[in-house]
Design a protein around this ligand. Structure first.
Ligand SMILES: [Fe+2]
Ligand SMILES: [Fe+2]
Length: 356
């Protein structure tokens, strides 16, 4: 399913080790209840579904992910601090891409429902391309990840299909919003393109947008997923992915400075785009303009920073300090969760076009 990259990566190089690590902020691998996936029925959204599948079949990005010689040259010119954070960005991106690739391929393998198999096959194809393309850039640093090691050695989290829908829908749409925001910045400031990979982001993020559309249709085709107590779960998932993204992005100051972006502004642009997209399916969005939303995220960021400092310093009291900081983070998250959400009435037509 994943073609070997052009280089032979050393087993368990530092990049593979970092991709294997399970931290609160790192992307995870998932498995799910395949029998329940098999029972999904898209007849309620058939017309929009068939059009989406046609788009996948047309495969407009078939020839898009071809690198050029400029990729390697960019690596040599990169200052050390930026190089470290850019690598961190590539490693967390490839882990997320490969996570989708494996999950979608696994669902295809373990179901017989023709609609689901067709969709998952196409999405896995796209994610394999994305992961391999990033791996070629990692190879320029001598740090190509051995994806077969990652596949067999990384821990898998079991999520029910409902959780998979919320989590992957959000990650696909946020992926779109993140890539397009960087692409637009580079379009305005071509001198900020410190690595050519950003020039590939526009067509790339259209793939992610389309993947998100598939989950939007699946959820709208099963409206019980979007009602009652599920509203609380949806709110939880949105907040969890927004907060994780905020904390993680703020740990890469050199990366965003090189792009000419302020991480807070960048994140709020991504929150805004994602919030307007998710009105196609979710019964609520977060009130991202609430002043306590901003200050609550800042609090989580400061706690994460303090935790990193304690870990670095070590010492006898470190476990106690870390436990106290984790409790403070949980309390901060709950406070954010308690902020009022904005109700949303979903439109009749589900599909959106990527217009950002
Ligand atoms: Fe992808
Ligand atoms: Fe995707």
């Amino acid at each position: 399913m994943i073609a070997a990259t052009s280089t032979t990566p050393a087993a368990r190089n530092p990049a593979t080790e970092r991709a294997l690590a399970d931290t609160l902020l790192s992307p995870r691998f998932y498995t799910t209840d395949f029998a329940a996936m098999d029972r999904l029925d898209v007849s309620a959204v058939r017309e929009e579904w068939d059009r989406l599948i046609d788009e996948f079949r047309n495969d407009t990005n078939l020839r898009h992910f071809k690198r050029t010689e400029a990729f390697r040259a960019a690596v040599e010119a990169m200052p050390d601090a930026l190089r470290e954070e850019f690598l961190d960005f590539l490693i967390s991106s490839i882990t997320a891409e490969f996570s989708g690739c494996l999950l979608y391929a696994d669902i295809k393998k373990n179901t017989s429902n023709p609609d689901i198999r067709m969709l998952m096959g196409y999405m896995s194809r796209d994610e394999a391309r994305h992961a391999n393309f990033i791996n070629e850039s990692l190879a320029d640093f001598g740090l190509a990840i051995d994806l077969s090691i990652l596949k067999s050695a990384k821990k898998y989290t079991h999520f029910s299909p409902k959780f998979i829908f919320y989590a992957t829908y959000l990650s696909e749409k946020i992926g779109y919003a993140r890539y397009i925001t960087i692409f637009r910045q580079i379009e305005r400031h071509p001198d900020r393109q410190f690595h050519p990979i950003f020039g590939w982001f526009k067509e790339w993020c259209n793939d992610e947008f389309r993947h998100g559309e598939a989950f939007a249709l699946l959820m709208r085709g099963h409206p019980q997923l979007l009602k009652g107590p599920n509203r609380l779960l949806i709110r939880f998932f949105i907040l969890a992915v927004f907060a994780t993204m905020y904390v993680r992005d703020h740990s890469r100051p050199n990366f965003y400075a090189a792009l000419g972006l302020d991480p807070t502004d960048y994140d709020f642009t991504v929150f805004r785009i994602t919030s307007s997209i998710m009105r196609q399916v979710f019964p609520l969005t977060l009130d991202i303009d609430h002043p306590k939303f901003r200050s609550g995220l800042e609090r989580l960021r400061r706690i994460a920073e303090a935790k990193a400092a304690v870990r670095k310093r070590g010492g006898l009291l470190a476990p106690v300090k870390l436990a106290a900081l984790s409790a403070a983070a949980a309390a901060g998250f709950l406070r954010l969760y308690a902020l009022p959400a904005r109700s949303n009435a979903v439109p009749n037509r589900v599909r959106l076009t990527p217009a950002w």
